[in-house]
Design a protein around this ligand. Structure first.
Ligand SMILES: Nc1nc2c(ncn2[C@@H]2O[C@H](COP(=O)(O)O[C@H]3[C@@H](O)[C@H](n4cnc5c(=O)[nH]c(N)nc54)O[C@@H]3COP(=O)(O)O)[C@@H](O)[C@H]2O)c(=O)[nH]1
Length: 714
C-alpha cells in the first residue's frame, strides 16, 4: 500500500491498547508518525522527550487523566502551543467544556469515526501551523512597529480612524483616544484632512503606496507672546510630517506618520548654503538665476515688464591690491548691506519679496531684479540711487574707502526673452558703462553687442598687426621758433588694417592698453623711431631730436628703463636726442613710483616732456618735483588763437610759468600764421602743427631736413 509522506509526529495517549492500535493505524494512513503512551504520566514523559507536533489525548486514563495532562502541557508551554485533541467519552457538553477549559484545541467524541480520524488530525495540524505562522508574523510586525518611531493608524475608506497607535516621538501630537472612531476632519485641519482623504481613496483605488507631507502648527504652552507695535511676530512653530499610506484590504488603509521636521531643517540649511553667498549672506548666482527664471515665467504670464541691473565696482581690484583681501571682503559686505538698504521693496516699485531681488554673482559683481516695471525711468532711477549710495565713503576700521559703480541694465521683454540673454546683456551694458568713464549706468541696446563684437575683432587684429608689419610710423616736425629750423620730430604710430584700412591711434592705442599690447607695440615704436632718428643725423649739422609718446601702462612697465636703454644702444642714438612724452595723468597716478622711474630715465640722459599740458591737473608745482625739461601746450588752447582771449591768456601764462621753472615750451596744433606769430610774441620756444608740417612718412621728413640743410649752406 502506498503511504503518504510523513507529515508530523503525533503523541497518542490512551489506556486502551486497541484504541491506540487503531489510532496509530489511521494516522499512518495519512502519513503521520505516532508515539504511544498508555496513561497520563507516560504521556507527559513522552511529551518531554519527543516534543510531538500534536497530542491525541483520551480523557479517561488511570492516574493522571486527559484533562490533567492537557492542563500540565499548557502550563509548561511557550506561546507556540502544541495542538491537543481530546477524545471524550461521549458527546456530552460537560466534557467538551472541560476539555476547552483545560486548553484543548479540539475534541473528538467516541465512538470514533475511524475513516476520518487521520484527516481530522491533519486539519488540526494545518490550522495550528497557520496559527503559529500568524503568531510569528504578528510578533514580527509588532517588533517592527515598536522599533520605528512612527505613529501608525488604520483608516477606512470614508476617513474614520479604526485604530491609532501613537509613535514614540515626542512631537506626535494626537493621543489614541483623540482619533479612534473619529473622522479625519475632526482631528486634522480641514485642508490637510481633505488631502489625506483623497490620498486614502487613491491608494485604495490603485492599491499603490501613497504619501503626503504636511505641517501642523504646534501651539506653545502658556499665553501667546505679546508683539509690540511695529514689530513682526515670529512665525508660529510648526512641525513637518510625512504620512505613508498602504492598502491593507479593499476598504482599509494602514498609515505610518513620521515627524520629518529635522530633515526639513537640514534641507533648509542645505538650501541656504547652496543659495546664499557665504561672504555677504545675500542670494548667490544660482539663487538669482532661479529667481530670474520664476520672474520670467510670471511676467510672461501676466504680461509684465522687469529689469535686470548688473553692477560692478570700479576700483575693487585696487582696494584688494593695496589694502588686502580682508578689507576687500569687508568692503563687499558693506556694499551688499548698502545695496540691501537701497533696494528695499518700497524703493524698488516692486512686490514684497525683495530679498531675492538682490544677489552677488561673484567677485564685485552684484545683480538686482526690478519686477513689475512700468517705465524704463524706474530702472534708471534705481541705478542712479545705487550709484549714489556707492559714492558715499565706506568707513572700514581705519580706512575710508571711495568706490564708484558701473551699472548695466537690460529689460524684459525688449532686450531678451530668456534669462541668460538678459543677464548677458545687462553685463554687456555694464561694460559699456565702464568704457564710458565708469560711475555710469547704461541701458542695453542691440548695437552694443555689435560694438563689442567689433571691439573684440579689432583686438584680435591688433594682436596680429605687429608680426604682419601692419604698423608704421609717421613723423611730425617740431620747429624752433627763434631759428625756424626743424630741431625735432614726433613719432606717431599708424595701423593699416588689411580690411578696414587706416585706423587712428585714438582708436587702437586705448585698445592696446586694455589688451596688454601697448608694451610690445610701444617698444616697436621706440626702436623704429630711434633707428630713424640716427638715420637723420648729419655730422656738422644741428641734431634732430626724436619725440616718442609713452602711454601710462608703458610708463608703469617695470622693464621700461631697460627697453629704453636697449633701444638707444641698438640704434646708437645719443640719449639726449630721445624725448619721451608723458601726460600729466601718467605722472600723477602714483607719485612715488613715478619719481623712481623718472629718476632712472633721467639718469640715462633722455629728454622728458609733458604732453597735452592744460588738459589735466595743470599743476606747475607738481611738475617742478618731476624735473621735466619741456611742456607741450595742448592744441585745444592753440585752436582758438588768436581770437579766443581766454585761451590766449592761458597760453601766455603757461609759457611764462614754464620759463620760470626753466622748462621749454612747445605749442601743439599750430595751424595758422596768426597762431605762429602770437606764440612767437609770447616767447614760445617751439611749435608743431599742420601749418609747419603734417605727420609724414620718413622720406618727406628726409627731404624737409635736406632742404633745410641746403638753405643753410646758401
Ligand atoms: N602711446 C602712444 N600714443 C600715440 C602714438 N602715436 C600716436 N599716439 C597718440 O595718439 C593720439 C592721436 O594721435 P594722432 O592721430 O597721430 O594725432 C597727432 C597729430 O596728428 C595731431 N596733430 C598734429 N598737428 C595738428 C594740428 O595742427 N591740428 C590738429 N587738429 N591735430 C594735429 O595731434 C596728435 C599729436 O598729439 P600729441 O601726441 O599730443 O602731440 C595722440 O594722443 C597721440 O599722442 C604712439 O606711438 N604711442
Amino acid at each position: 500500500m502506498a503511504t503518504s509522506p510523513k507529515r508530523g509526529l503525533v503523541l497518542v495517549a490512551d489506556d486502551d491498547p486497541t484504541m491506540r492500535l487503531l489510532m496509530l493505524e489511521m494516522l499512518a494512513q495519512v502519513g503521520l508518525d505516532a508515539i504511544e503512551a498508555e496513561d497520563g504520566l507516560q504521556a507527559m514523559a513522552c511529551y518531554h522527550s519527543v516534543a510531538p507536533d500534536l497530542v491525541l489525548l483520551d480523557v479517561d486514563m488511570p492516574g493522571m487523566d486527559g484533562f490533567a495532562v492537557c492542563r500540565e502541557i499548557r502550563r509548561l508551554e511557550s506561546p507556540a502551543a502544541v495542538p491537543i485533541i481530546m477524545v471524550t467519552g461521549g458527546d456530552e457538553l460537560e466534557s467538551v467544556t472541560r476539555a476547552y477549559e483545560a486548553g484543548a484545541t479540539d475534541f473528538i467524541s467516541k465512538p470514533i469515526n475511524w475513516p476520518i480520524l487521520g484527516h481530522r488530525v491533519l486539519y488540526v495540524l494545518r490550522a495550528s501551523d497557520a496559527i503559529s505562522r500568524l503568531r510569528i508574523a504578528d510578533a514580527q510586525h509588532r517588533a517592527v512597529l515598536a522599533a520605528i518611531p512612527d505613529t501608525f493608524f488604520r483608516m477606512n475608506k470614508d476617513g474614520y480612524y479604526l485604530d491609532y497607535e501613537q509613535g514614540h516621538e515626542a512631537s506626535n501630537v494626537f493621543a489614541s483616544e483623540m482619533c479612534v472612531g473619529r473622522h479625519l476632519s475632526q482631528v486634522l485641519p480641514p485642508d490637510i484632512a481633505g488631502h489625506m482623504l483623497t490620498q486614502v481613496r487613491d491608494v485604495l483605488a490603485t492599491q499603490h503606496i501613497g504619501s503626503l507631507d504636511y505641517e501642523l502648527p504646534l501651539p506653545l504652552p502658556g499665553p501667546a507672546p505679546r508683539v509690540r507695535q511695529g514689530e513682526h511676530s515670529a512665525p508660529p512653530p510648526v512641525r513637518h510630517f510625512e504620512a505613508r499610506l498602504v492598502a491593507t484590504g479593499p476598504n482599509e488603509v494602514l498609515g505610518l506618520v513620521r515627524d520629518i521636521s529635522e530633515r526639513k531643517r537640514s534641507e533648509e540649511q542645505i538650501r541656504r548654503l547652496a543659495y546664499c553667498d557665504s561672504l555677504t549672506g545675500i542670494p548667490n548666482r544660482q539663487a538669482f538665476l532661479e529667481t530670474l527664471e520664476a520672474e520670467l515665467a510670471r511676467s510672461r504670464k501676466a504680461n509684465k515688464k522687469f529689469a535686470v541691473l548688473f553692477m560692478d565696482l570700479d576700483a575693487f581690484k585696487r582696494v584688494n591690491d593695496t589694502l588686502g583681501h580682508d578689507v576687500g571682503d569687508q568692503l563687499l559686505q558693506a556694499v551688499s548691506e548698502r545695496l540691501r538698504d537701497t533696494t528695499r521693496p518700497g524703493d524698488l516699485v516692486s512686490r514684497a519679496e525683495s530679498a531675492a531681488n538682490l544677489a552677488r554673482l561673484g567677485g564685485d559683481e552684484f545683480t538686482i531684479l526690478i519686477p513689475d516695471l512700468e517705465r524704463v525711468e524706474d530702472a534708471l532711477n534705481v541705478a542712479h540711487r545705487v550709484k549714489e549710495a556707492m559714492r558715499r565713503p565706506f568707513v572700514l576700521g581705519t580706512h575710508e574707502i571711495f568706490v564708484t559703480a558701473s551699472i548695466g541694465i537690460s529689460l524684459y521683454p525688449e532686450d531678451g526673452e530668456d534669462c541668460n540673454s538678459l543677464l548677458k546683456f545687462a553685463d554687456t551694458a555694464m561694460y559699456h558703462a565702464k568704457n564710458c568713464g565708469k560711475n555710469n549706468a547704461k541701458l542695453y541696446s542691440s548695437s552694443l553687442t555689435m560694438q563689442i563684437m567689433s571691439h573684440v575683432q579689432l583686438e584680435v587684429g591688433l594682436r596680429k598687426a605687429l608680426r604682419n608689419d601692419e604698423l608704421y610710423l609717421l613723423y611730425q616736425p617740431q620747429i624752433d621758433v627763434a631759428s625756424g629750423q626743424i630741431t625735432g620730430v614726433e613719432a606717431l604710430v599708424r595701423w593699416r588694417h588689411p580690411e578696414r584700412g587706416l585706423i587712428s591711434p585714438t582708436e587702437f592705442i586705448p585698445l592696446a592698453e586694455e589688451a596688454g599690447l601697448i608694451v610690445p607695440i610701444g617698444e616697436w615704436v621706440l626702436r623704429t623711431a630711434c633707428q630713424q632718428a640716427v638715420a637723420w643725423q648729419t655730422p656738422g649739422k644741428a641734431p634732430v631730436r626724436m619725440a616718442v609718446n609713452l602711454s601710462a601702462k608703458q610708463f608703469k612697465d617695470e622693464n621700461l628703463t631697460q627697453i629704453v636703454l636697449s633701444a638707444l644702444h641698438d640704434s646708437g642714438l645719443p640719449p639726449e636726442l630721445l624725448e619721451l612724452e608723458l601726460t600729466e595723468g601718467t605722472l600723477m597716478d602714483d607719485a612715488r613710483a613715478t619719481m623712481v622711474t623718472l629718476e632712472q630715465l633721467r639718469s640715462i640722459g633722455v629728454y622728458l616732456s609733458i604732453d597735452d599740458f592744460g588738459t589735466g591737473y595743470s599743476s606747475m608745482n607738481y611738475l617742478k618735483r618731476f624735473e621735466v625739461r619741456a611742456l607741450k601746450i595742448d592744441k585745444s588752447f592753440i585752436n582758438g588763437l588768436p581770437a579766443d582771449s581766454e585761451n590766449a591768456a592761458i597760453t601766455r601764462a603757461i609759457i611764462a610759468m614754464a620759463h620760470g621753472l626753466k622748462m621749454a615750451v612747445v605749442a601743439e596744433g599750430v595751424e595758422t600764421v596768426a597762431q605762429l606769430l602770437l606764440l612767437e610774441q609770447y616767447g614760445c620756444d617751439m611749435v608743431q602743427g599742420y601749418h609747419l608740417g603734417h605727420p609724414s612718412p620718413p622720406d618727406t621728413i628726409h627731404r624737409m631736413l635736406a632742404d633745410q640743410a641746403a638753405l643753410a649752406m646758401t
